[in-house]
Ligand binder design. Structure first.
Ligand SMILES: Nc1ncnc2c1ncn2[C@@H]1O[C@H](COP(=O)(O)OP(=O)(O)OP(=O)(O)O)[C@@H](O)[C@H]1O
Length: 566
């Protein structure tokens, strides 16, 4: 409950009128239903007895039956609409809030989670939370109010019957669901975890589908999937079995209650303490109350899963990773970053799990200068670019741009000044135009065609239908080299003053790569460009070459650079 409230509380406080309306409409539906059965029982018995000489007013009960049935229909409809508005809006609020917090994570924080698990948290777990309002809060609220009211009514007719009804309702709507919730807590946890595992495995298997086929190991992925599916099925079975057993006991209780009321009522009627129409009416009304009880049992059986889901969402949004992010955001001063200036790295150290990768690295790049960084695989070239983008935190040292320390600059401003083409820059599902406008939403079509020309992709885009040509998920209608060129075109559109290009021409043939590099000076104009590459560059593309080795940059003569990469 506490976990759920932490997630749902802010929305409910903001929309308390709608939430209370939903609860009262549920209560109104129960009152109409129970009232309808009570009056019907009273009416039918009274009408029957009227035929055998008892005087009975037929007009009032028949009008009540019609009125209550109309009330029940209208109230049920309004309750469904309102209840679903609450749960769906609440779900949307939690989902968008969680996504926004997740979007602010740095890649290293996101890397702590499997993609499929993140999806499971944002979809399955948030969906699971709706059970709490619909199957716990609403029926318990109605059971408490309608149950107390009806017990008082019953007690007014015959006190013992009222007490028995109250005790049985407490057992059926309180004690039994509580015990069931405790019994299914562990299995509920398992259901959510197994669901997440299944999603993660499916996600990974789809991503690695070709390799799994080529290596002939798809059966291993299948086995893992089967095991997770079996684990989920077993956990769900445990929840269902416990839930069914709980429902059975509840039915027994209800049956025993009906028998007790029949017996007590028959005695009271024989002793003329209770009229027959009132007795039958109250009995049927009691049976109408049972309508509230079955959702409570379903809700109680799913409470463990709700608890687990709320915990998993909390771990993501206010857990350690999110806290680090929140602290970083709080601590972020809003220094103004100049549009141009020298980029200066001083004594920069970066380590992964205490393993140093960059170790006292120094670099100074003037505005408009273009440099290339080479080095053996794994020496830390990507890490260096990530450190400049403030994506990878420094263990020590400083990075300044125009004399402003980058740690003092908030991310949106930093990303206006610096653009990164990473090794895994993605193409998003959508059109070519959609993918390009991400870098500059105001860019005209002429400008888009211009950058496509610069990356030697314009002809192909014309052939596939122009800027509105659709590229599939991850750009799967394009070749690897075409995807890379589209990402390059996106960078060329960026108005940032510093371009950080990690293996910009990977996947391109040498002629296209050379042509692109040769054009770089013209397209980059007065931007600072740092290129991480293993390729040999045509002469004059960069002003300086460096080798990254031992965690530091070492200047390299142009000629030596060519030999090194040849
Ligand atoms: N998130 C991470 N957690 C732990 N170690 C990491 C992480 N990212 C990178 N490393 C390690 O840091 C080292 C430098 O990685 P980096 O990707 O910066 O190398 P690189 O020089 O760009 O390599 P390549 O030329 O192959 O792209 C590698 O040994 C790598 O295993």
């Amino acid at each position: 409950m506490k976990l759920w409230w932490q997630l749902a509380g802010p929305w409910i406080k903001q929309h308390w009128r709608l939430s209370i309306l939903a609860l009262f409409l549920a209560l109104s539906t129960v009152f109409a239903g129970v009232g309808l059965l009570t009056v019907s029982g009273w009416f039918l018995t009274g009408a029957f007895l009227a035929g055998s000489s008892l005087v009975f007013n037929l007009f009032v009960p028949s009008a009540l039956v019609r009125g209550l049935s109309m009330w029940r229909i209208a109230s049920r409809y309004a309750e469904r609409v309102c209840g679903h508005m609450v749960t769906l809006d609440l779900q949307a609020e939690i989902r968008t809030g969680s996504f926004a917090r997740l979007a602010a994570f740095k890649p290293a924080q996101l890397a702590q989670y499997r993609d499929g698990d993140l999806l499971a948290r944002l979809i399955n777990d948030i969906e699971r939370l709706d059970t709490f309002f619909l199957l716990i809060i609403t029926p318990v609220f109605t059971a408490v109010i309608a149950g107390t009211f009806f017990s008082l009514l019953m007690g007014a007719a015959l006190p013992l019957m009222g007490w028995i009804l109250l005790v049985v309702l407490c057992l059926a709507a309180g004690v039994l669901p509580y015990l069931l919730a405790r019994k299914t807590a562990a299995a509920g946890l398992e259901v959510q975890a197994a669901n997440a595992e299944l999603r993660a495995l499916a996600h990974e298997a789809i991503a690695a589908h070709t390799d799994l086929l080529v290596f002939g190991v798809s059966h291993l992925a299948q086995q893992q999937f089967d095991q997770a599916g079996l684990r989920l099925a077993k956990a769900q079975q445990r929840v269902t079995q416990a839930g069914s057993f709980g429902a059975l006991i509840q039915q027994f209780l209800m049956g025993a209650l009906v028998l007790a009321l029949l017996w007590l009522g028959a005695n009271a009627q024989a002793q003329q303490e209770l009229s027959a129409p009132v007795w039958v009416g109250l009995l049927l009304g009691t049976m109408g109350l049972f309508e509230i009880l079955s959702p409570i049992m379903r809700g109680a059986a799913g409470l463990g899963a709700v608890q687990a889901a709320a915990q998993r969402i909390q771990d993501l949004t206010i857990g350690p990773a999110a806290n680090t992010q929140a602290k970083a955001v709080q601590a972020q001063p809003t220094a103004i970053l100049p549009a141009t200036g020298p980029l200066h790295l001083q004594d920069v150290c970066v380590a992964y799990e205490n393993q140093p990768v960059l170790n006292g690295l120094d670099l100074c790049v003037d505005q408009g200068q273009r440099i290339a960084i080479r080095g053996l695989s794994g020496t830390g070239k990507t890490t260096l670019l990530m450190a400049i983008m403030q994506v990878q935190p420094l263990s020590s040292g400083t990075i300044t741009y125009g004399s402003v320390n980058l740690t003092a600059v908030n991310s949106p401003l930093l990303y206006q000044r610096m653009a990164l083409l990473s090794q895994h820059s993605p193409v998003f599902m959508g059109t070519i135009r959609h993918n390009l406008l991400l870098a500059d939403p105001q860019a005209s079509d002429e400008r888009l065609w211009e950058v496509l020309q610069q990356v030697h992709l314009a002809n192909h885009i014309e052939q596939i239908g122009g800027l509105d040509a659709w590229v599939g998920e991850g750009g799967n209608t394009l070749s690897t080299g075409q995807i890379r060129r589209l990402c390059l075109a996106r960078i060329l559109l960026s108005r940032a003053s510093v371009w950080l290009l990690d293996e910009p021409t990977s996947g391109l043939d040498k002629a296209t790569a050379d042509a692109w590099f040769s054009n770089l000076q013209q397209v980059a104009q007065d931007r600072t460009v740092i290129i991480v590459t293993h390729a040999s560059l045509p002469s004059g593309v960069v002003d300086e070459n460096f080798i990254l080795a031992g965690g530091r940059l070492h200047p390299q003569a142009q000629q030596a650079a060519k030999k090194n990469t040849a």
